[in-house]
Design a protein around this ligand. Structure first.
Ligand SMILES: Nc1nc2c(ncn2[C@@H]2O[C@H](COP(=O)(O)OP(=O)(O)OP(=O)(O)O)[C@@H](O)[C@H]2O)c(=O)[nH]1
Ligand SMILES: [Mg+2]
Length: 461
């Protein structure tokens, strides 16, 4: 992915059958290549002589043979996605017309684009910074509207703007310190210690504020895993169906119905939640069921939140008590079948099994208590403190790590400054903070970081 001067091509729409599909070209030869494989309906209107940001109607042709009827978008440098000439060929969205059009572009001199290479060019030519490039991938991969909003904010440069403001503040402070080091404090108008500390504190506060949003960002990006566990027949699969709003799982009165773990996604207040139904936990001889029980145990280990399901209509068993005894921070106790007469009591929202704890009373059958259960899950995964969409949220682990390094370096500088250390000490920490901030927007990123970022992209973006 080193050359930016050749012309690249990719199918930008997903494989499969659709109304239209787009073959996208960018680079110095994009228009010339389009001229050779496109026969405009009006022969005087060649792509290369066509004005920017217009559509051209005609046919993709291989010599005499018509490959497809198509609309061509002509976008001329420099105000394009990549800043180079871009041609998008809107074909019919089938595998054959798209592949043949792609092959014609390759034959006429284009090179197959690597994943993310269009966006890499936008970054390389300075139209967007690294954080904005990552936001393009995040937007494509967003699974909820809220995650999409966070990506849009970042794509528009709002996070980058804040990072740049921090870099400017630190760079100006560093310039003062370096001047003081070079010329001595007497010769220049040196900043007082108080002023330096105040400026460092302001930067630190801002960085910490951004880091607080990273927890929320992690939720929007990765979501949370919620496992339904319990002994057989308590209604785990019924609850799974009720929460999903569809009859996804087989439900029967026979204990041991679910044999494997099954994961489905659910949107809770904008956070993508993966809900995992599991085989009922019990001692078994059956080899198949045992394998299911092992998987259920594993799902329990991996979950961010564990819904421990109990059946109120029959007395608690030794298995229930055993699971209750294991209940930890991540566990929400769910007492199901509360539409039936209770065989044991849940008093004042607590369960009694040697220990006390909060319990949610629900019915998978009547859906009673399901809203409260959703809220309890939301609270456990930390959705409660979500910021309104539209604010800048740090959603990227790479950014979070760079901000953490920035925070540590600025905190060290602040401590040195308060301890009366020399300018050299302070300057060293500020340089590190600047370096870390620069990595977010790509100003100081090494090649490997950049390559890693773009490897996450799909082909054609
Ligand atoms: N009345 C009533 N019956 C329920 C409720 N939830 C589940 N059931 C019934 O309980 C039985 C077992 O339900 P499942 O959802 O298959 O239970 P499970 O925990 O997934 O069981 P395994 O897959 O065997 O571990 C079925 O007959 C359900 O119809 C409920 O809230 N009220
Ligand atoms: Mg089941």
């Amino acid at each position: 992915m080193s050359s930016f001067t050749d012309t690249i091509v990719a199918i930008s729409t997903p494989p499969g059958v659709s109304g239209i599909g787009i073959v996208r070209l960018t680079g110095p030869e994009a228009l010339a290549i389009a001229d050779r494989l496109f026969a405009p309906a009006d022969p005087r209107k060649l792509p290369s002589s066509h004005p920017s940001f217009t559509l051209l109607y005609g046919h993709v042709v291989d010599g005499e043979e018509v490959v497809d009827e198509a609309l061509l978008s002509v976008m001329r440098a420099p105000r394009t996605y990549t800043t180079q000439d871009v041609v998008e060929i809107n074909c019919h969205g089938g595998i054959v017309p798209l592949r043949r059009t792609l092959e014609l572009c390759l034959r006429e001199g284009a090179r197959l684009a690597e994943p993310g290479e269009f966006t890499l060019r936008a970054f390389h030519f300075g139209r967007i910074d690294l954080a904005q490039a990552e936001a393009a991938a995040d937007l494509i991969n967003a699974q909820t509207a809220e995650a999409g909003q966070a990506a849009v904010q970042q794509l528009s440069g709002r996070l980058s703007g804040q990072v740049e403001a921090l870099r400017t503040a630190l760079a100006s402070l560093l310039a003062h310190l370096e001047a003081a080091i070079d010329f001595g404090e007497d010769d220049i108008e040196a900043l007082g210690r108080e002023e330096i500390a105040a400026r460092l504190r302001a930067v630190l506060g801002h960085v910490e504020g951004l880091l607080v949003t990273a927890e929320q960002g992690k939720l929007l990006r990765q979501g949370a895993r919620v496992a339904l566990v319990g002994r057989p027949n308590v209604g785990k699969s019924s609850l799974m169906n009720a929460l999903l709003g569809e009859e996804r799982m087989i439900v029967t009165p026979i204990p041991g119905t679910t044999r494997d773990t099954v994961a489905e996604s659910l949107n809770i207040h904008g956070v993508p939640v993966v809900l995992v139904d599991t085989a009922g936990l019990r001692e078994v001889e059956d080899e198949v069921e045992q394998a299911g029980v092992d998987r259920a145990r594993q799902a329990l280990e991996e979950a961010d939140v564990v819904l421990l399901v109990l059946d109120r209509s029959v007395p608690l068993t030794a298995e229930d008590r055993g699971l209750l005894a294991e209940a930890g921070e991540r566990t929400v106790v769910v007492v199901n079948k509360c539409d039936l007469a209770g065989a044991w009591e849940v008093e004042g929202g607590t369960w009694h099994a040697g220990r006390r704890g909060e319990a949610m009373q629900v019915s998978a059958k009547t859906h009673e208590g399901l809203d409260q259960l959703r809220e309890a899950i939301a609270e456990r995964i930390g959705v409660a403190g979500l910021r309104p969409t539209g604010e800048v949220i740090v959603t990227n682990v790479r950014h979070q790590q760079a901000l953490t390094r920035t925070r540590d370096a600025v905190a060290r500088a602040l401590a040195s400054s308060e301890a009366g250390a020399t300018e050299e000490y302070l300057a060293e920490d500020l340089r590190e903070a600047l370096e870390a901030l620069g990595e977010i927007v790509g100003a100081t990123s090494r090649e490997e970081i950049i390559a890693e970022v773009f490897a996450r992209f799909c082909v054609g973006k």
